[in-house]
Design a protein around this ligand. Sequence first.
Ligand code: NBP
Length: 475
Amino acid sequence: ELADIGVFGLAVMGANLARNAARKGFGVAVFNRNGARTDELISEHGSEGRFTPSKDIAAFVASIKRPRPIIIMVKAGQPVDDVIEELIPYLEEGDIIIDGGNSLFTDTNRRFHYLTGKKLRFIGMGVSGGEEGALEGPSMMPGGTLEAYQRIEPIVTKMAAQVDGEPCCVYIGTEGSGHYVKMVHNGIEYADMQLIAEAYDLFKTVYGLSAPEIADIFADWKTGDLDSYLIEITAAVLRKTDSTGKPLVDSIVDEAEQKGTGRWTAQSALDLGVPLTSITEAVFARALSGRRAHRIEAEKLLPHPEFPKRKPTAADIEAVKDALYASKIVAYAQGFEQMTAAAKEFGWELKLGEVSTIWRGGCIIRAAFLNRIREAYESGVAAPNLILQDYFRDAIVKAEPSWRKVVSLAIEAGVPVPAFTSSLAYYDGLRRARGPANLLQGLRDYFGAHTYARLDKPGKFHTRWSQDGSEVQTS
Ligand code: NBP
């Protein structure tokens, strides 16, 4: 019997997706460049379902029902192009290549059009949830043509995580839109994690709490507005001791690595002109963390403000929670604004209510909070910014006084909280009808004759700054 789907690439993600599909009752053809991985999958997990392993690509492709859906789960970048080229000679019209890796959306756009030109179909599918998600049910963000998606829908909606009886998988849109949405998901994940790290730093550095004490606080937060997977695993990471009995986290090197999706999100925001400050600060914070040698040297050379440590009161802890929550609202509002801008720029019809629906389960940023975002989009009154939707507006207004206090405290104590701070600066910039950019326009007109608009009359104007100082209307 032919397999329902093929999986090419059996490292951790591919192997787990293949097992997921097999466990759900689908016949799964599997292939990996290095056949040892295929053997390992079959010997360790072959009993979990109907696998058809192959050692050559021709046999692999031939073992799948037509039109063939083939998920490729290999390292992002050139390997994806290599695998596509290797598959093409064996594919027939209408077959579907599904790239489930973290590909850059512009690569997905290119591959989509390239394969469409060859009468093949291509789906760029963001998959979130890490190893465990891939196996137990990830959040899936497929982009391509709707009819190609409809071919794989019965399979992928069963593989995905389910929340309240709904699969965390929905058709996102054409071209690379699925990978774009996954990219922004990862960007938000960067911001979420940075905010958590900043709260941890405050508790540790300003209040002198130990890792297990901070674990208790995060465990407590799990039951409120902040209820999320990342808050839950923060408590677990902080509580873990190593073989010496000391908190593991205290021995982990403070240099964050990154694979690029946060950077891509920030780069796209710059291209689109979206003020994506929280995610971008999170990317820069990782970059600064990577300069460990410089930081060690700088700590010796630069003075640190004197700030006596004191145990936090319940109100102090609540204030940090408020700051985290308000900053998180900003990060999500910015991420959703970016997706709106991208949809407009690239001509995609992104349904952001559905995006928030499929992020409620399976993925790394899964959180109770996403139900609220979904409600905001489904209410029909889509505010230009999530912060202005009733629920979030009330929440952020309530948190605001503590948010300011926490940021001030951090600044006084010399503890960097770039994501808290920049989120607050964004908020303060957003809630002002009149900012200081009038002066920027004046300066630009002075040195570059770039012109300015006036509040009191229509048109564009230029002042002859270095001549007679008179104003001329230019349009
Ligand atoms: P890796 O990203 O580590 O890639 C390893 C796989 O790529 C192996 O199967 C390897 O085959 C194959 N491969 C490479 Br490398 N070059 C190839 C080539 N030229 N031709 C054929 N196969 C090639 O695997 P992963 O961690 O399972 O991730 C897969 C994708 O999923 C990535 O895009 C990743 O960013 C994304 N992702 C990962 C996670 C996660 O938590 N790890 C989460 C979400 C998304 P070999 O065995 O023959 O070397």
